[in-house]
Write a protein that binds this ligand. Structure first.
Ligand code: GLY
Ligand code: MN
Ligand code: MN
Length: 453
């Protein structure tokens, strides 16, 4: 799907849905992210705060959304930058108040410079403040001042926020269930991520540097219209694959190495998150294949458990059980099955969980446990990763030598549906023979890969 043709999420509807959950005594004050300095007067590329973007679709810095149910001056207010022809020559276009009003369809837009004058009035007679305390330190202090102002009028009968609630408390439950529009955008984000992985598999060869493979993959993401990478790409060859968040990507890939590639594109604020591990020379060795097949078997078993009504813990347990049996078969763990599970001895080689929620944030928001402390059950519209792995660093003395220095993870993005798990990243091969076949096609300009499936 062409990025420019993707459907527009119903930001207005989301705000209404959130306000329906807030009490009339509540008010939400939600800033977007700040610009971060990269070096001196150079900034990192701006990326809006996910909660803010989820409710507005507004991608400029210096903006604050206010939702105040029943407020006479407008229930949905956006504070943003006014137009400034001189600054716009240097820093780029601004929507301005009129532009933001039209695109965000809030009730009113104000100049962000007016926020100190307006917010104290809005906080009056509100008892619950939904605000992400600690996220924007400079704004935290001003929120306290606005609240103090309302409090100072208590003797005149004015009520003021006595309760502070994390914005995520209500919002993150909404974000956890992806509606059909979000599913379509995620299909596109994950589709272009998959195209990058496929292209990378074809370009990969011994002698290349990890950063060169990274460049091949990311170039496809951007060529297809991704706005960013969803997280720093991990391209780890040989033993580097055993470092879970390896991002240096500086080494030369050697004949006989496996390379672990964990990379995803971001599109309209939604992330892809895919990992594949493959032989740099295009052919798995018997030792590599033995470990790969085990991880693959555990991943397939885990995905089967991503069904409506099952506990979110089930798929991790399914993956662990298969890995434990396989580690015993390979002679890597020698204790009894029950003891290994009980003492979690597998954690020397499998130290992370089998996956996480995926959405606007790569490790997306939403509680994993229900309020009674139990793991929650899966529902239609949830998206999770399934990403078991095994990691045998070169110095793990107890492991047979042929497996040392092998690190393997296989990661897919899965939508929970009424028809069962839908693998959104199915466009990248993961069966060993399919990987070898694709790699055997060799380097290609491959215009066909510039489709986001
Ligand atoms: N790419 C980070 C993760 O898979 O969790
Ligand atoms: Mn990943
Ligand atoms: Mn992941």
């Amino acid at each position: 799907m062409e990025p420019n043709l993707l459907p527009r999420p119903d930001y207005e509807g989301r705000r209404r849905q959130l306000m329906a959950k807030m009490s009339d005594r509540g008010v939400l004050v939600l800033p977007t992210a700040g610009l971060q300095t990269r070096s001196r007067d150079v900034y990192y590329p701006f990326r809006a705060d996910s909660d803010f973007f989820y409710l507005t679709g507004f991608a400029e810095p210096e903006a604050v959304l206010v939702l105040a149910p029943g407020y006479a001056g407008g229930e949905q207010l956006l504070f943003c930058r006014a137009r400034d022809p001189e600054r716009e020559v240097w820093d780029g276009r601004r929507a301005g108040l009129e532009g933001a009003l039209e695109t965000c369809q809030v009730d009113r837009c104000y100049d962000i410079r007016e926020i100190d004058a307006i917010l104290p009035n809005i906080l009056e007679n509100r008892e619950v403040l939904l605000y992400p305390m600690g996220q924007a330190v400079e704004l935290d202090a001003r929120v306290q001042q606005w609240r103090s102002h309302a409090k100072s009028r208590a003797r005149q009968g004015v009520r003021y926020p006595v309760e502070l609630v994390e914005t995520g408390y209500l919002l993150h439950e909404m974000r956890l269930i992806k509606d059909p529009t979000e599913q379509e955008i995620m299909r596109a984000a994950i589709g272009m991520s998959a195209a990058g992985h496929r292209y990378g598999m074809r370009q990969c060869r011994p002698g290349m540097h990890e950063y060169q493979l990274q460049a091949e993959i990311e170039h496809v993401f951007h060529r297809l219209g991704a706005s960013h990478v969803a997280y720093p790409s991990i391209v780890g060859a040989g033993a580097n694959a055993c470092i879970l968040h390896y991002t240096e990507n500086r080494d030369r890939m050697q004949q006989g190495d496996l390379v672990l590639v964990d990379a995803g594109a971001e599109l309209q604020g939604y992330a892809g998150d895919i990992t594949r591990t493959y032989p740099v020379n295009g052919t798995f060795s018997p030792a590599q294949l033995a470990v790969y097949d085990l991880v693959l078997k555990s991943q397939l078993a885990a995905i089967e458990k991503l069904e409506i009504g099952r506990s979110v813990a089930d798929y991790h347990e399914a993956a662990v059980e298969i890995l434990v049996d396989g580690l015993r078969d390979l002679g890597i763990l020698r204790e009894g099955r029950e003891e290994i599970l009980e003492r979690q001895l597998y954690r020397s080689f499998y130290m992370h969980r089998t996956g996480h929620w995926l959405g606007m944030d790569v490790h997306d928001v939403g509680a994993y446990r229900s309020p009674d402390g139990q793991w929650r059950n899966l529902e239609a519209g949830m998206v999770l990763t399934a990403e078991p792995g095994l990691y045998f660093p070169p110095d793990c003395a107890d492991v047979p030598e042929m497996y040392r220095g092998i690190g393997i993870r296989i990661e897919d993005d899965v939508l929970v549906t009424r028809e069962g798990p839908e693998i959104l990243s199915a466009g990248v091969p993961k069966m060993p023979a399919d990987i070898e076949d694709l790699m055997a096609l060799g380097e290609s300009v491959a215009a066909q890969y510039f489709r986001s499936s």
